[in-house]
Design a protein around this ligand. Structure first.
Ligand code: FE2
Length: 453
């Protein structure tokens, strides 16, 4: 039988839902933190053909830790109950899927919006609402528009305008929609944009005045529908970044070297006619069916709107993904970004060794974009790290005055820790390690969601 890397080692799905209280802590959890650290990711249930399994198609499982008064009150992991997941758990279905053909458990993102908790995906698949304790309420209409779009995994909150933005695509449609919601997720306005070829648009960016769209050679392919990931790399097609006014209007497109944007770190307007866009860039030929074979890097594009030129630079060629920043600086000039050198993208050691190549170390990275410096907190070859989420200090005095929180596998315990780094002492000892009773598999995105039930 062919080995499937995405079912082994730190990828291996867990089979139980666990609830644990009063977790042991090494170090000190900042006393002002009151909320939940949440992360979503694929965790297949009832795999029919392990050789054909594609990592990104597993049912969503959310892992959460409740923190209050310096204590880790609970850990919970819960599948997001689509109809299929409920059936396999032998439970009644919760809520009605909007479209039975889209009975998919959102596995990409988990976010808190206006006191509610949402598991999110993309492609017109509806978000699911969860309770504070991560039980599934059901599919919901967050960001839903009459054309069939809804809030996607990389919905972006603009703290300056108090708006939530999504750039949503639909499988098989050449139109994408920029959806602007209020802070509670109610749709306020939409702009529909024609993007021929139906490219895969996982993320986007915002500045004070513009929405930035990523067109790429990764396009919808009906021939691949049966695989569950109907996208392919089209060599004849260019990669472009589109600049559209936030209120809608004509899109100005700028051609770039072939690539696929994984995620935006941030974008901002440096001068009247100059845009700076920092992204994780995947090299040409990327396959969404084998995402771990990609080798993403951190890149910067500088667009001169007057001269109609774009400059492409590599900021850091270490393999990294999952860029985050202090969210108060989203869309504005900023200095610090945080990424993860994550095992998902590590070359495997060999055909019979699913561990990462000897030269790979899981790490969280802090980029000082003003100085062009990178600081790494290395966790090592076997300590699978997740996206690092920046959380501001109680009374922040600087952009990097806060914490970076991430799930990190602890090989000596055979279980995962929720690690809290002080962002201003990034390479130093974590200020806290919260010891979970179980392993959290490699996953996708998450957030710190402040607030009590
Ligand atoms: Fe993503």
């Amino acid at each position: 039988m062919t080995r499937n890397r995405y079912l082994l080692g730190n990828f291996a799905p867990v089979t139980e839902e666990v609830t644990a209280y009063d977790l042991p802590v090494t170090g000190r959890i900042p006393a002002h933190l009151d909320g939940r650290y949440l992360r979503n990711g694929p965790n297949p249930i009832g795999i029919e053909d392990p050789t054909a399994h594609i990592w990104t198609l597993g049912a969503g499982m959310v892992h959460g830790v409740r923190i209050r008064d310096g204590r880790a009150e609970w850990y919970r992991n819960r599948w997001v109950r689509s109809g299929m997941v409920a059936d396999r758990l032998d439970e009644p279905r919760r809520g009605t899927p909007i479209d039975e053909r889209m009975d998919i458990s959102p596995n990409v993102q988990i976010a808190g919006i206006d006191g509610r908790t949402y598991a999110l995906i993309e492609g017109g698949i509806r978000p699911y609402e969860l309770t504070y304790e991560l039980d599934t309420v059901g599919p919901c209409a967050l960001g839903a528009t009459s054309e069939g779009y809804s809030a996607n995994a990389h919905s972006l909150f603009d703290p300056h305008a108090g708006e939530l933005h999504s750039l949503a695509f639909l499988y098989g449609s050449e139109y994408v929609q920029h959806i602007v919601m209020d802070a509670a997720g109610t749709v306020r306005r939409t702009t529909t944009v024609h993007v021929p070829g139906n490219p895969y648009m996982h993320d986007f960016a915002l500045t004070e005045r513009f929405v930035l769209l990523y067109d790429s050679p990764v396009v919808f392919s009906p021939a691949h529908l049966a695989t569950g990931v109907p996208y392919t790399w089209d060599e004849r097609r260019a990669a472009r970044v589109g600049v559209m006014p936030r209120e809608g209007g004509a899109v100005r497109w700028f051609e770039l070297e072939p690539h696929l944007v994984g995620h935006t770190l941030n974008a901002h307007e440096r001068r009247e006619n100059e845009l700076v866009i920092d992204v994780v860039r995947h090299p040409p030929g990327i396959s969404l069916r084998d995402i771990g074979a990609s080798r993403p890097t951190l890149d910067r594009w500088t667009i001169d709107l007057a001269a109609e030129t774009v400059k492409e630079e590599r900021l850091d060629d270490r393999i990294q993904e999952f860029p985050r920043l202090n969210p108060l600086y989203s869309g504005r000039p900023y200095r610090y970004g945080y990424t993860a050198a994550v095992e998902l993208y590590a070359p495997p050691a060999g055909p019979d060794d699913d561990r990462p190549d000897e030269g790979f170390s899981n790490a969280l990275l802090k980029h000082d974009l003003r100085r062009g410096a990178v600081e790494a907190h290395e966790f090592g070859r076997d300590a699978a790290v997740s996206e690092g989420v920046f959380v501001t200090a109680e009374s922040p005095k600087a952009e990097d005055d806060g914490y970076v929180m991430a799930y990190v596998f602890n090989p000596s315990r055979g279980a995962t820790d929720l690690v809290i780094l002080a962002a201003q002492d990034f390479g130093g000892e974590p200020i806290a390690r919260i010891h979970l009773p179980v392993r959290v598999p490699l996953g996708l995105h998450g957030n710190w969601v402040s607030g009590a039930p």
